[in-house]
Design a binder for this molecule. Structure first.
Ligand SMILES: Cc1ncc(COP(=O)(O)O)c(C=O)c1O
Length: 370
């Protein structure tokens, strides 16, 4: 039996042809395909200024810089996120101020955000998860009241909507990932959606060495920056994938619904939110009470792996990493994120699967648990 990955890109013939055509075109680094891809992406974000980058991690770093976050500033963020969120806050010299999340939706806890605001707070960085968003109206009302910037880590939710509006089409800044395990891919890649063209121009400068062109056609650098520009080959892949995104999202939605139908009844298990309209399903994470089940997560994952089913971990709480602890954070501060960190397992969900694969995963889980 072939291994069922927990994530896998959907690289069809159109995507492969787009890549090879661009490779033969004579222009493979940033060029016309990047511009075309950014226009197409922007159209999905209500026409808001959109720029591509080599990753969502880079997008987060440049977003923080574009917001003027600097050493000594504080950025409030959920400890339940991928490590890149914490890392980029630390990388720009700011202090990550962690708060907890909801156990089921994993949305950032807005009461804790409010309590964490100080005169040094510059921005709030929430991370969105598949299946449900936090209350975006309340988040933006809070940010407005305290004059704070918001950078939405939307790496996992390209295609999710709030009140019918796609994430990225409203609000302040949003960052997206096109890593192979996301809703669509450019191999590695990411995008940033910003509120205005001035900020978009700033991102263009920051993503390419900090280079600015002068009126006399020479170049200048005022701020030392790195290199985060997407290649035309990646952009061509992205264009082919974007055209299929609605079909990818629909397939993911069908698979998630099948999980809800056939996932075995386990006392104390926590499944993602079901039935929230307009959501996307990048991954399907379940919490399982391993202690009560008399096993460990490691043994459970190994038993699935023996049955040719791969799983992931999304995510360990950032505040309990060595880096988080070195900044003064400790166990017991954020019970929901810590429980998620102990009990979460990401089970397979990708467009290469069908409902029979979901049934196989659920049967294997039932078999191992009993
Ligand atoms: C929530 C979240 N944010 C950011 C990232 C970083 O994305 P990238 O690999 O494109 O840098 C990831 C990647 O897994 C993620 O899951």
């Amino acid at each position: 039996m072939a291994l069922l990955n927990f994530s896998q890109p959907a690289l069809d013939a159109t995507t492969l042809a787009a890549a090879t055509d661009t490779m033969k075109s004579g222009w493979i680094a940033s060029g016309p395909r990047v511009i075309e891809f950014e226009r197409a992406l922007s159209a999905t974000f209500g026409g808001r200024p959109t720029r591509t980058l080599t990753s969502a991690t880079g997008a987060m770093e440049l977003a923080l810089l574009a917001c003027g976050v600097k050493p000594g500033d504080e950025v409030i963020t959920s400890t339940q996120s991928f490590f890149s969120t914490m890392n980029m806050i630390v990388k720009v010299g700011a202090r990550p101020v962690f708060v907890d999340c909801d156990l089921v939706t994993r949305a950032i806890d807005l009461d804790q955000v409010t309590a964490a605001i100080t005169p040094r707070t510059k921005a709030i960085v929430p991370t969105h998860f598949p299946g449900a968003l936090g209350d975006m109206d309340a988040l933006y009302a809070l940010a407005r009241r305290h004059h704070l910037r918001v950078i939405e880590d939307a790496a996992l939710v390209q295609g999710s909507t709030w009140n019918g509006q796609p994430i990225g089409s409203f609000g302040d800044i949003a960052t997206f990932s096109f890593h192979p395990n996301k809703n669509m891919t450019t191999i590695e890649g990411g995008a940033i959606v910003v509120p205005d063209e001035v900020t978009a121009r700033r991102i263009e400068v920051l993503r390419f060495h900090g280079i600015e062109r002068l009126a006399d056609d020479t170049r200048d650098v005022a701020v030392a920056s790195g290199k985060y520009n997407m290649s035309d080959v990646s952009a061509a892949i992205g264009l082919a994938q974007l055209a299929q995104l609605p079909a990818f999202l629909a397939q993911r939605q069908r698979l998630a619904e099948r999980y809800f139908e056939v996932f075995p009844a386990i006392d104390g298990a926590v499944l993602p939110p079901r039935g929230v309209p307009g959501q996307s399903w990048n991954m399907f994470c379940v919490l399982l009470p391993f202690d009560a089940l008399g096993t460990t997560r490691q043994a459970f994952r190994a038993a699935l792996r023996e049955r040719e089913i791969a799983t992931g971990l999304s995510y360990e709480p950032s505040h309990l990493t060595t880096l988080g602890r070195s900044l003064g954070w400790r166990e017991g501060q954020f019970p929901n994120a810590e429980r998620i960190g102990r009990e979460t397992v990401t089970i397979p969900l990708h467009c290469g699967m069908n409902e029979a694969d979901v049934d196989r995963v659920c049967a294997a889980i039932a078999d191992i648990i009993t």
